[in-house]
Ligand binder design. Structure first.
Ligand SMILES: Cc1cc2nc3c(=O)[nH]c(=O)nc-3n(C[C@H](O)[C@H](O)[C@H](O)COP(=O)(O)O)c2cc1C
Ligand SMILES: [Fe+2]
Ligand SMILES: [Fe+2]
Length: 400
């Protein structure tokens, strides 16, 4: 895609990435892709806001050159040091050595350790203004979204907030770069939630602090570094991020995520009975086989739903390992304060339930019910399993 003018003399100059399989080496994006959005402000002084990962370098520099020769760039603003936004920095420096790199004080340190760059770097203060001629930029310190150095850049004349990772999401741009051009907002909202929970959720307090801090800043366009640019309804993505951040401390939706794993089908047979019981009560239910679904796709459901039904057998005295991995990742991401119920098959002495309690104890999941059985469930046990599912669903529905 060529550079796109988003407001007079402000351009999107990003690139799409459809070949990286794992974002941060961890989160699958093979199907969805991701964009690295970066921006050029072509004023008397010329500034680039954020860069791209170390790929598609020619395309990125060609975008800039469509508008201004790269060596004439005066400022490179680094809102966030993660290499998906700085990968081409050393190359940039070689092509445009006179450009001053601007970032927070912490960025200055990180630049030295990540890229060995110390010259012509200036730390900006929270609230500092930078005149480019006609336009003035302002920098807002918004630490820990999701690194300690993160900040946002605000175009005071066009009211554009360059928010970097905040308000971003997975999903390569499909021609449309603005929310109002996009015919599948649901896709971007879903991918923004997955991105949020995979990457940002652990820092939800910082997100709420940043939203609060910027309340009185008039924003007409939210221009994040991943995903759509929000110009028709910038409040939509802010409200979504706020809602998701509030799940960290407050109640989530009265809905259930059922995660299960099964080696020989005994727990899976029971899972269908439990799901039947939950569905009878009529609350939303999402089901994941932990052996077949990457945890990246499971975390958003766990984050936004109040109830977790865990079904997994005992394995060598412990929880079925793939289930343990999902629960450990949920704990690592501080997906806290859930109500959980457990069911599972075992062969002789069990152990999965005890292991579950130990894993979720630090994140305060309340184990409200459990149902264990030996080997293949009997018809009577399946009937009990259905009641067990219904009981849990009633509890979640009641929000108690
Ligand atoms: C590799 C392996 C390890 C197991 N370890 C234990 C164990 O330590 N304690 C136990 O009670 N059952 C153990 N079992 C028995 C299973 O929990 C039992 O077969 C159960 O019915 C499996 O449920 P599934 O069909 O849903 O996989 C083990 C089974 C396998 C295959
Ligand atoms: Fe990041
Ligand atoms: Fe990023």
């Amino acid at each position: 895609m060529p550079a796109v003018e988003i407001r007079p003399n402000v351009y999107w100059i990003g690139v799409n990435d459809r070949t990286t399989d794992l974002f941060e080496g961890l989160w699958p994006i093979t199907q969805e892709g991701v964009s690295y959005n970066t921006y050029l402000i072509n004023d008397e002084k010329k500034a680039v806001v954020d860069l791209v990962k170390g790929l598609k370098t020619d395309e990125f520099f060609d975008h800039i050159a469509e508008i201004v020769p790269v060596p004439e760039i005066d400022y490179v603003i680094i809102n966030h040091m993660e290499p998906d936004h700085t990968g081409v920095l050393r190359t940039f420096r070689k092509i445009a050595p006179k450009a001053t790199i601007l970032g927070s004080a912490k960025t200055k340190n990180l630049l030295a350790s990540f890229y060995g760059i110390t010259e012509n770097v200036r730390a900006v203060e929270d609230g500092e203004m930078l005149s480019l001629g006609q336009k003035t930029l302002q920098f807002f310190s918004t630490p820990l979204i999701h690194w300690p150095e993160t900040m946002m850049t605000y175009d005071t004349s066009e009211h554009i907030l360059f928010s970097c990772d905040a308000f971003g999401g997975y999903g390569a741009l499909r021609g449309a770069i603005f929310d109002d051009e996009c015919t599948d907002l649901n896709f971007y909202q879903k991918e923004a939630l997955r991105y949020y929970v995979n990457i940002v959720a652990n820092f939800s307090k910082a997100v709420l602090r940043a939203i609060e801090k910027l309340t009185n800043v008039p924003v007409e366009i939210i221009a994040p570094s991943h995903g759509l640019i929000w110009r028709k309804n910038p409040q939509l993505i802010v409200d979504l991020y706020k809602k998701w951040a509030e799940y960290a401390g407050g109640p989530a939706e009265p809905e259930i995520t059922l995660i299960y794993g099964s080696m020989y089908g005994n727990t899976e047979t029971m899972m269908n009975a439990v799901a039947r019981g939950i569905s009878r009560v009529g609350i939303p239910l999402e089901i994941f086989d932990v052996a077949r679904t990457h945890v990246s796709y499971i975390l958003p459901a766990l984050w936004s739903r109040a109830g977790v039904m865990v079904g997994a057998p005992t394995y060598e005295g412990k929880m079925f390992p793939l289930m343990a991995q999902v629960l450990e990742m949920a704990a690592l991401k501080r997906i806290a304060n859930k109500k959980v119920a457990y069911f599972g098959s075992y062969g002789w002495s069990g152990g999965a339930l005890k292991n579950l309690s130990a894993i979720v104890e630090p994140v305060k999941w309340e184990l409200v019910d459990s149902f264990e059985f030996v080997g293949k469930p009997t018809d009577e046990e399946l009937r009990k399993g259905e009641e067990f599912g219904a009981r849990f669903a009633e509890l979640i529905k009641a929000g108690s």
